[in-house]
Design a binder for this molecule. Sequence first.
Ligand SMILES: [Zn+2]
Ligand SMILES: [Zn+2]
Length: 182
Amino acid sequence: MDINKTIDYPYLPEGKKILFVPPENVWMNEAKKMADANSACSWWPTGAVVVKNNEIIGRGANSGNFQPLCPRVEHNCPTGEGYHFCNALCSQDGHSEVTSIMYAIKNGNDPTGADLYLFGHWWCCKNCWDAIIKNGIANVYLLENAHLFFVREKRLALMDEVKNKIQQGKSVSREEIIWIIE
Ligand SMILES: [Zn+2]
Ligand SMILES: [Zn+2]
């Protein structure tokens, strides 16, 4: 059975499909490291690497100045919407897919034929797919069962904890907002 047909993706370009790797995959692990260390948006931290000829040529995350509460959460934005509330961090041009591809290009590496590994999400938005296709990325890999791991309910529960801490005048660190995969 084609797993891509069983998941209701908000966007998937005609003729494109998403491939999957297990958590122990070395490139997925690198993407996770990017998300854990560099994501600045507490709502939905993501990281990505672009791999060509068995080598990482691009790295990215939705990075910036760490923000313990994403304004998109305050506005109850559905997945893929409300990016204007978080222009600095989780806006579409700052998505890990785009930033990792741009990193490769900026460093003189041609992403044509490379693979992209994204950690922290279960689908790619249209803006990202456009960049993926335009730059000739061969395959997009997500974590196996990404649609079960990277879910809204988990983040909403975490955001409640974050809000509580902030209300109590406590600080929230980047380490506290990473995805726990188990
Ligand atoms: Zn955000
Ligand atoms: Zn995107």
